[in-house]
Design a protein around this ligand. Sequence first.
Ligand SMILES: [Mn+2]
Length: 311
Amino acid sequence: MIDEASSIILLMHWNPDGDALGSGLGLALALREMGKDAHIVSSQEMPKIYEFLEPQRVVEGSSPWTNPDLVILLDCDRPERAGDMEPLASAAQKTLVIDHHPATSDFGSFRLTDVSAAATAEVIFHLLKFRKAPLTYSIAEALLTGLVTDTGGFRFRNTRAQTLEAAADLTRVGPSVAEIVEAVYDTRSMSSLKLMARALESLQQSPRGSVAWATLSHNDFIETHAIPEDTEGFVNLIHTLKGAQIAAILREEQPGRVRVSFRSKGEAVVNGAAEALGGGGHARASACILETSLQEAEERVLEELKKWTEF
Ligand SMILES: [Mn+2]
């Protein structure tokens, strides 16, 4: 499909993370090396922590073509996940899905998905390697960012031998893991640290200890001058609480709109709870959005989690 196409649009899921953006950038730049006219299309502002990848090189606010030869959907598997770019994917003649999440649809002319891959960037790395495509520094840096961020710096359980092999090959091209970790994890704004203090202040643990959760009200965001992306990594910090199999953070980003992230370790899984609340994700990392007050969201989340663990 890639061989036959010359105009290619890449779409990421709404609120792109390091893997969606890293795999999109890496693939778009690799496609350009192959002589293709490839662009990522997104109407959203890219997260500031990924500025070092210079996404403006390939990200366009709207599609340069009404009928591109190929649309590639990345790090998700149905058009709705692309937010306001959904019509671009739905109307496309040929669509390719590249993903590592459990399937939620059968969308796509062809689906290249591997649920055992740590990141979509890992799937793309192996695709490029299979194609013997040359890796430039920028391609390697973008894909390595996808690997680093979806594995929490190669610490999550999804990190497998193939992930580390891909990282080793990408590191040989030039970029370093340390540089990416420093940019993504070890650099926080004053607002983000102040907000983190509030999240920790709100920390609670269930009677049997298996669930740890924290809440951030809209007021917390206003008073600390924080923005939604400042909460990056908070859920993992909460998950360090001893005994907690499941961690959740509830963020009231706007009044009446609460974003919830879940993490799990040990026996517990969290994709079922997220799905029951209208979201989705992986067994050990999932999320949902609740259009309710923070208090009601907290009640609903805890009620749901009681079904999945000895609360
Ligand atoms: Mn991913």
